[in-house]
Design a protein around this ligand. Structure first.
Ligand code: P5A
Length: 437
């Protein structure tokens, strides 16, 4: 991509409404623009990151045998009358009336909708288990939308739903999601700690939040210090194996969200206790037959008897993660993207557009990087070097390659690692080789 042709409206000034780093940086880096409170447009750079995150989430869901589908954003109120949540959900639900005076709503979640689809299609235990997910926009009319995409009103969620014949089956599925979540967040460079949590309006009695620790997190959480540098490598995480040991091993230590904290346990932990602020990036629920009983999701069991299916639901805040990753990875100059979610792998700076040697070398390097499979954004704009360096640091691509007249005389370019700040002078050929590797 050539920056001269790209839509990247970066801001020099810090927008006054942004109170945390990720919100500030997403506005300044031209990733998002606010449309109204808690509702954002995703500009090309931000959209690329969200798509990368979405793809990691998708791959890990597919790997545990969940099947992707897509349900609508607008749902009929009738469905929610069946579950009883139309009244209990409260003012967070955006209620809409269509031209025929039918009550509709913009879905804050999809338990009812998936239960309806399931109950109309599945009648026998032979068709169980079933495990489905979609990645779709949600709307929650939060009282205080804030911190940019971290607590939005409209936000993108991956939500999965499972149907099993009995508790054992439901627990096996829950464990698969549990482990898939650890892998998913790890791939994004995050340590997400599984914490016992309240199930709130979703319901159920087994629930874990996955929490990334960050000073700007919305709630206070507490956990054993061993979670901080949790090593997943010591476990066998094969989704088809027995995950009971992994999950109990990973949850034997204390970790609890705000409402679930236990002063006694915490006292006993002494120096092993970490109290910190956290960002909830995922939340999984086992709620048994809460929706299946209310909505009649019943199958014929092995002995011909009626069985009300066992359900769970599993959410990941896809748009929130964009902000969450930035909270976990930035410095005074801007964002530092982990390779796996970076909008481009490398930025190529032409220090002197118009100079034929620089243009020739930059264009040549640009093409060679593309040919080597490196996603590259070339800053070919006219303008001061300082502005280019600042913009490149701000948008946080993992690698920067600088082509300037001085270096070219000696046949070299400069390669900078955004995360470490380390710079190396290498030939253009080696730059391609190193970045491709
Ligand atoms: C689980 C999937 C549910 O809605 N139903 C379907 C269950 N869970 S949840 O915890 O309420 O939400 C799942 C994740 O969505 C993100 N999230 C948000 N992101 C941005 N802005 C918001 N206002 C918002 N609310 C929830 C969180 O990451 C949460 O874990």
């Amino acid at each position: 991509m050539r920056l001269s042709q790209y839509f990247l409206p970066t801001l020099k000034e810090t927008p006054s409404e942004a109170r945390i780093a990720s919100h500030r940086l997403m506005l300044r880096a031209g990733m998002i623009r606010q449309s109204s409170a808690g509702i954002y447009s995703w500009l090309p750079l931000g959209f690329r990151v969200m798509k990368k995150i979405e793809q990691i989430v998708r791959e890990e869901q597919d790997a545990i045998g969940a099947h992707e589908m897509l349900m609508p954003t607008i749902q009929p109120a009738d469905l929610w009358h069946e579950s009883g949540r139309y009244d209990s959900y409260g003012p967070e639900m955006l209620r809409i009336t269509d031209r025929h005076d039918r009550d509709m709503l913009y879905g804050p979640t999809n338990e009812e909708q998936i239960t309806e689809i399931f109950r109309d299609a599945v009648k026998s235990y032979r068709d169980l288990p079933r495990h489905l997910y979609h990645i779709q926009w949600k709307f929650r009319d939060e009282v205080r939308p804030r911190f940019g995409v971290m607590r939005g009103r409209e936000f993108l969620m991956k939500d999965a739903y499972s149907f099993d014949l009995d508790f054992e089956g439901a627990k096996t599925t829950y464990n698969k999601q549990f482990v898939a979540y650890l892998k998913t967040f790890k791939r994004m460079g995050l340590t997400a700690i599984p914490m016992q949590a309240e199930s709130g309006p979703i319901g159920g009695d087994m629930s874990h939040e996955f929490v990334v620790l960050a000073a700007t997190g919305e709630s206070e959480v507490a956990c054993h210090k061993d979670f901080i540098d949790m090593d997943l490598n010591k476990w066998d995480l094969d989704p088809d194996g027995d995950l009971t040991t992994v999950v109990s091993g990973l949850t034997e230590n204390y970790a609890a969200t705000d409402e679930r904290r236990d002063p006694e346990i915490e006292k006993a932990l002494g120096d092993d206790l970490v109290v910190a602020r956290g960002i909830e990036v995922g939340h999984i629920f086992y709620f048994g037959n809460k929706y299946s009983a209310a909505m009649g999701a019943i199958v014929t069991g092995p002995d011909g008897e009626d069985v009300t299916v066992e359900m769970g639901s599993y959410g990941i805040g896809v748009s929130r993660l964009v902000g969450g990753i930035i909270e976990a990875s930035h410095d005074d100059n801007g964002i530092i993207w982990p390779q796996s979610v970076a909008p481009f792998q490398a930025g190529l700076i032409n220090l002197k557009p118009g100079d034929s040697a620089c243009d020739g070398a930059a264009d040549d390097l640009y093409q060679k990087l593309i040919d080597a499979g490196v996603d590259v954004l070339m800053d070919d704009r006219e303008g001061r070097a300082g502005v280019k360096f600042a913009d490149m640091d701000l948008i946080g691509l993992p690698w920067q390659v600088v082509v300037g007249p001085k270096g070219l005389k000696d046949g070299i370019v400069e390669v900078k690692n955004r995360a470490t700040g380390e710079r190396q002078e290498v030939t253009p050929e080696d730059a391609v080789k190193n970045l491709a590797a």
